[in-house]
Design a protein around this ligand. Sequence first.
Ligand SMILES: [Zn+2]
Length: 255
Amino acid sequence: MLIDTHCHLYDEAFRSDFEEVLSRARDAGMEACILPGIDRSCHDDLLAVADALPGFAFPCIGLHPTSVGEDWQEELDFVRNHVNDRKFHAIGEIGLDEYWSKDFVEQQIRVLEEQIALAASLDLPVIIHLREATGDFFRVLEDLRGVAFRGVMHAWSGSYETYRRLLGYADFKFGIGGVVTYKNAGVAVALEKMSLDDVVVETDCPWLTPVPFRGRRNEPAYVRLVAEKIAQIKGLPLAEVAAATTANARRLFQL
Ligand SMILES: [Zn+2]
């Protein structure tokens, strides 16, 4: 059984065939999924899916770096004001993204630091989105030295050296997704040496579709393709990868 630790199942891409998507996910061995938040605009849809699938779809709340703009203060207040509404399983997804835009980098850093501190105070894990901002992320981790927190580096595609370095700052897990199935994926090389104790699986659906469906909509069932690829890279049976990553996810998100 597998847990998709990063699943935007509430996205409108799944609205027309939601039940079929769900039954394919169950057929593929998916037993649960984590629903990362992005900003205010997706919050109600996310909760609707979580409420429709209790024990299967677990909600999170957070402000995504690409949603940090002019109204970042209101967006951040929204997270603060709603984080205790119910049981959320993580603060996320949060992070830094200097790929899409550098216009609000300072605000992204502030919003990230405040949300990590919030997660630490509530004993919740964080889901980190990091794109083209590794240097700034390590500066944030230095600023937060002494703040004990845990979380997942979502859509992990970094080197073995960066993985080792991150583990010096916090109790991180590493979310492996469809990118690992791409030709010449650097993360496959890093994964050979990474401990399975540090790995969780994810789809990031509807994005980042694994091979052989690349170019089409991603969906939760494909989490199995990711787990199969990890098993192949590490030379382990699929059942062992499934058991380890599922146990890691259960512990991290307190499922
Ligand atoms: Zn995401």
